[in-house]
Design a protein around this ligand. Structure first.
Ligand code: GDP
Length: 362
């Protein structure tokens, strides 16, 4: 699966958010390939388009696509030197595809702050430093090996050494690798080392119930994120925790009371999905209407492989209708009649929202 690790200092609301995210854990029987791990939450990606499709097709079941969030506990100042759960923490975060950093933007007498003050910008700094130090350690070791290899004069080895040296210098100054302007090829090479500061990052600003506007702490985080070209999702973990245990009707009332259109978690999930560079395609039939995830830029056979490896192996063609056309022409037949139905080959790159039917040899 594609996953986003949730990190933050202790007591910023990580567990509260993670528990809310996984409260409506989706039925495991639909996802037999997923591992069961208490720190991994498989979360349905909210997508109103799927339900509009289902209204047209009236399938036996409707299944949203999912992504994973991983609760990564144990980050404290000094984690890169093995303080607290430092080593475990780093091992876990290296395995994730993207990072969501929770920052505390609420004041509360009742909730202790590890550093004794509420200052999300300083907290972010602490975490960035730990992550850069951890990467510095990894890169320094790799560099030592690579310097030896480069002595032979092998061009590849020399190039990799120089790349690692650039990375080392950035990290040495506490800079994350993701903002260093490395080319796609260079990033691919560096990714082999599971570097944390190369992973895409977003901020989750945990605000008080009334902290969505006129909140200088939130403004601080927004300014920081803007300077890094990162996204901020403001959310109130306390509200989300309450929402997560309500039934649909109660939830609508509760949201209306706060003047909210949807749970804040939906925004967290969508932002995580975007951060991972993912997109959705749909399959719609009598048995099942379903949303699926592929990476942006995936070809038709790759998409088929998300459903079943046999479908990828035996791929012949994809029948494709865009979501908008599917809805505008009331389904497959209407889209066909209107000439909006296409047959695509194995080079086809999926567009967001494509409704697809794969033809394949068994
Ligand atoms: P973690 O250590 O980052 O996982 O933090 P927790 O989720 O365990 O939260 C620490 C404490 O802060 C708990 O007592 C939560 O109830 C409280 N807390 C979390 N989010 C909020 C919030 O949005 N507002 C307030 N007032 N308290 C919160």
């Amino acid at each position: 699966g594609f996953n986003c690790g949730i990190v933050g200092l202790p007591n910023v609301g990580k567990s509260t958010l993670f528990n809310a995210l996984t409260q409506n854990d989706i039925p495991a029987e639909n996802y037999p390939f997923c591992t069961i791990d208490p720190n991994v939450g498989i979360v349905a990606v909210p997508d109103p388009r799927l339900y509009r499709l289902a209204e047209l097709v009236r399938p036996e079941r409707t299944i949203p696509t999912t992504m994973e969030f991983v609760d990564i506990a144990g980050l404290v100042s000094g984690a890169s030197k093995g303080e607290g759960l430092g080593n475990q923490f780093l091992a876990h975060i290296r395995e994730t595809d993207a990072v969501a950093m929770v920052l505390r933007c609420f004041e509360s007498e009742d909730v202790h702050h590890v550093e004794g003050r509420v200052d999300p910008r300083a907290d972010a700094e602490t975490i960035h430093t730990e992550l850069a130090l951890a990467d510095l350690d990894t890169v320094s070791r790799a560099l030592t090996r690579q310097e030896r290899a480069a002595k032979s004069g092998d061009k590849e080895a020399v190039r990799l050494r120089d790349l690692l040296e650039r990375a080392r210098q950035a990290l040495d100054e506490g800079e994350p690798l993701r903002t260093q302007g490395f080319s796609e090829e260079e990033c691919r090479q560096l990714q082999g080392y599971h570097l944390i500061t190369l992973k895409p990052l977003m901020y989750i600003a945990n605000v008080a119930e009334d902290g969505f506007s006129d909140n200088p702490l939130l403004a601080d985080v927004q300014a920081l994120a803007e300077s890094e070209g990162a996204q901020v999702v403001p959310v109130c973990a306390a509200i989300e925790a309450e929402l997560a245990v309500l039934d649909d009707e109660e939830r609508d009332e509760f949201l209306a009371e706060y003047g909210l259109e949807e749970p804040g978690l939906n925004r967290v999930i969508r932002a995580g999905y975007d951060l991972l560079g993912l997109q959705t395609f749909f399959t719609a039939g009598e048995k099942e209407a379903r949303a699926w995830t592929v990476r942006q830029g995936a070809t038709a056979p790759e998409a088929a492989g998300r459903i079943h490896t046999d479908m990828q192996r035996g791929f012949i063609r994809a029948e494709v209708v865009s979501y908008d056309d599917y809805i505008a022409h009331s389904g497959e037949q209407g889209a066909k009649d209107a000439g909006r139905w296409r047959l695509e080959g194995k080079e086809y790159v999926l567009a967001e929202g494509d409704v697809v039917h794969f033809r394949f040899n068994v």
